[in-house]
Design a protein around this ligand. Sequence first.
Ligand code: UT7
Length: 338
Amino acid sequence: MKKIPKLRWVKKPRSVSIVGTGSYVPRRVLTNAELERMVDTSDEWIVTRTGIRERRIAAEGEATSHLAAEAARRAMEQAQVSAEEIDLIIVATVTPDTAFPATACWVQKHIGAIKAACFDISAACSGFLYGIEIAQQFIANHTYETVLVIGADKLSSIVNWQDRNTCVLFGDGAGAAILRYRAGSHGILSTHMGSDGRFANLLITPAGGSAIPLTRDNIDQKLHCLHMQGRETFKQAVVSMTTAAQIALEKAGLDTEDLACIIPHQANLRIIEALAERLGLPMDKVVVNLDRYGNTSAAAVAIALDEAHRYGRFKTGDYILLVVFGGGLTWASSVIQW
Ligand code: UT7
């Protein structure tokens, strides 16, 4: 008799939700007025060209993992998830505590999530949404139950404080989200990620990796600091975020009118306004907090999501759109039904 092959039972993909958010910024506030005393700039220039009024700077001894762990604790508290329940920690950062081990491992140590696997991802300002998509895949395909995604950066550690083109733009902070399976149709409805390495030089920390290992000489030339071609980055940001937002909406089968709010990367108010205009969205539907924190890289959208959530900018059942852009170049977007 012919042998019947054993049928493998394939589990159906599950819907995935963000069940808790948290954020943390250091206490120290650095104002535009203080920057006026450090470089040739003015409060008027910074506010009109960027929308930024102040940013937070980490204390001495406060590393990216400390900011990340505090944001994580707040997300865990909101989600009512204990450290032991976390299966995976993903930290998105370009300012890791150490080249290795991963910052996610330091976070694991701080919060005591002993069961978790840990890794970092490097996608600059887009990292948090890259992390959300990776986490979603792991949960949807039944590999993990509970994933902690953190966007955290201490850009003050790589900023050239003598370069007015960049030092006025950035700040330190962290945002976190706990993802889990949740029954029903709510949750992450669509995600999209993209990159274009042809523009890798637009936003870069040239030295400190294997291409240009650190030497006294290149430290003197500030090659270990962040370098940016601002105007070209600006143009790319508007185009990439607009397209990414449209793709995520199309995948979710929604229009901009369906959205309760949009949470974009917080780099420059003029970029956000151009994005809103292209999408046909009024600014009162756009979450903006860069006036208080500047550009916190991978943390920016995560902090904005947490604040929008806590301040009631959207409620259960609402559709929200997250869209980001950063060095790489990289971009990402996601539509969520809360
Ligand atoms: O998070 C990753 C993504 N990053 C971004 O999306 C950032 C994108 N870029 C930007 O946000 C903007 O390009 C900047 C805010 C960085 C610069 O604004 P801009 O309107 O593009 O100015 P610009 O670079 O074209 O510079 C205009 C002038 C220059 O002077 P000259 O050459 O015209 O005499 C700059 O030297 O503004 C000068 N400038 C400043 N002046 C006073 C540049 N930085 C400053 C400053 N204070 N801090």
